[in-house]
Unconditional design. Structure first.
Length: 155
């Protein structure tokens, strides 16, 4: 009996058996930018798998600022406006996509080229921060070119 309990304790303590993050980030991607572009867009889908939460912010080393934005039509003029967060409800995916919710990357530190990757860290009200690897797609793309996903909880 003690051997069984000890084996279970060891398995439970290994990373392979660690809990999955309460929030899942899928298909993180960004559009390629022109060589001197100062801004870009970042897109993905968030799915809360636990209790209600709220996305508060994003950060990435490729931009001085990363803000949560929404696109609105005001009297026939499309505008991208910053918002202070997004509520997340369990089992209800929230899609960040061109023409809708997105992360606005401002004061880019380098050109985003197709095939490049970079990290983004998302901060939540309750869940631990998540770092996802973003893949850069073509300029003007309407969706991710590759369906690769990688998220890592931050300590």
């Amino acid at each position: 009996m003690r051997c069984t309990l000890l084996a279970f304790a060891i398995l439970a303590a290994t990373p392979a058996f660690a809990q999955t993050p309460p929030i899942e980030v899928t298909t993180p991607w960004a559009r390629a930018t022109a060589p001197n572009a100062r801004a870009g867009g970042l897109f993905f889908t968030l799915t809360d798998r636990s209790t209600p939460d709220r996305l508060l912010s994003a950060s990435t080393p490729v931009a001085a600022t990363a803000e949560i934005h929404r696109t609105v039509n005001e009297n026939g003029v499309m505008k991208m406006l910053p918002i202070d967060g997004i509520d997340l409800n369990p089992g209800q995916p929230v899609e960040f996509k061109p023409g809708g919710l997105h992360i606005m990357l401002m004061d880019l530190k380098k050109q985003l080229k197709p095939g490049d990757t970079f990290p983004v860290t998302l901060t939540f009200a309750k869940a631990p921060p998540l770092t996802a690897t973003v893949t850069v797609g073509a300029a003007g793309a309407s969706g991710p070119a590759m369906h690769h996903m990688h998220t890592t909880p931050k300590p």
